[in-house]
Design a protein around this ligand. Structure first.
Ligand code: TRP
Length: 337
């Protein structure tokens, strides 16, 4: 498959998802939902990045469960393991190997400037481990191993992507063309989903207020309840306008799941109150997520199938990435045994 990708010059996409338990409506509408349609146009690699996850302390049993669940959820959201390469990061040892080499091409200063490192070390002052510091190097290895052209990432990962690009450029300029320089990629239909309780903030699974965030696997009743208590304004007009952050957010969500434009939505709710609108958004989201949850439940009952998929994914990922790693080793002066 990797050969085919190269000979037809399909562009390569790589993205990683942390196995941290809850997938939110934000992750879904802003990212994963849009990955399915990319599979025909691009050659896609998707990885559950459990090696990144251990930069903060994890309970081993939970990490194991969450990794498998995240993998199943990826498939449930429409990633077809026959079309794309879907794998678990720790199963493919080239990631750790390239990461070491690249760490020798990253400066202490540039890693110190990473916003996520600064934020996370402020949050966990008791455990500022070296992995937290070199996290972006491992991420660069993920991307560069597959010669990815495009990397779908949120705004919070842009700085890391920039670092990957800089490292690739630096390496290429010393050793000749080795790595493809990756660009960020924002799917056309990606929606930015804000918190239901404070619509000026991004929807986040780590929000202290559980009503702020919809998890993909939330029960229908829970989803409706959370939408009913979403923060809006006192105007009682469904319209997309500056200053109406809450309503704008609900309209974006409704638009992303129904495909309706903002004007059409405004028309639909003329003369109706926010109560009706909120329930309509909630129900549309429930309808959208129902098949995902059903596929997820089915996959989780079929562990053998999941195992076949992640093993095959790892084998394909390894075959492709080993070629990049071999090239790198040769260039820097390591020889094969
Ligand atoms: N750091 C990314 C995040 O937290 C996850 C990630 C790891 C990733 N490796 C990647 C994303 C490679 C894109 C490409 O969201």
């Amino acid at each position: 498959m990797a050969e085919a990708a190269q000979s037809t010059r399909k562009k390569i996409i790589f993205s990683g998802i942390q196995p941290t338990g809850t997938f939110t409506l934000g992750n879904y509408l802003g990212a994963v939902k849009n990955w399915g349609p990319l599979q025909d146009e691009y050659f896609c690699y998707y990885s559950i990045v459990n090696m990144h996850a251990i930069t903060v302390r994890q309970d081993p049993k939970l990490l194991r469960e969450n990794t498998l669940a995240a993998y199943a959820l990826l498939l449930a959201c429409g990633i077809d393991p026959q079309k794309s390469v879907a794998f678990i990061q720790s199963h493919v040892k080239t990631h750790a190997e390239l990461s070491w080499v690249l760490s020798c091409f990253c400066q202490f200063g540039e890693l110190s400037r990473m916003t996520q490192f600064k934020d996370k070390s402020a949050k966990h002052p008791e455990d500022i481990n070296a992995g937290l510091f070199t996290y972006p190097v491992l991420m660069a290895a993920d991307i560069l191993l597959y010669q990815a052209d495009l990397v779908p990432v949120g705004i919070d990962q842009k700085q890391h992507l920039e670092l990957a690009r800089n490292v690739a450029q630096r390496f290429n300029s010393v050793y000749g063309n080795t790595f493809t320089l990756p660009d960020g990629y924002i799917p056309k239909l990606a929606a930015k989903v804000m918190s239901l309780q404070d619509p000026t903030k991004k929807m986040s699974k780590s929000d202290e207020n559980p009503k702020a965030c919809i998890a993909i696997l939330d029960k229908p009743e829970t989803i409706i309840k959370k939408f009913k208590s979403a923060v809006t304004d006192s105007e009682a007009v469904v319209a997309y306008r500056e200053g109406k952050d809450g309503i704008n957010n609900l309209m974006s969500i409704y638009s992303a799941v129904t495909g309706k434009g903002f004007e059409e939505i405004e028309q639909e709710f003329v003369g109706k109150g926010y109560g009706d609108f909120k329930v309509a958004v909630g129900e549309a989201v429930v309808d959208e997520l129902r098949p995902v949850r059903e596929r997820f439940d089915e996959l989780m009952k079929n562990k053998d199938y999941l195992e076949t998929c992640y093993r095959e994914g790892a084998a394909k990922a390894e075959a492709f990435s080993q070629r990049t790693l071999d090239k790198v080793h040769k260039k820097i002066g390591f020889f094969a045994k």
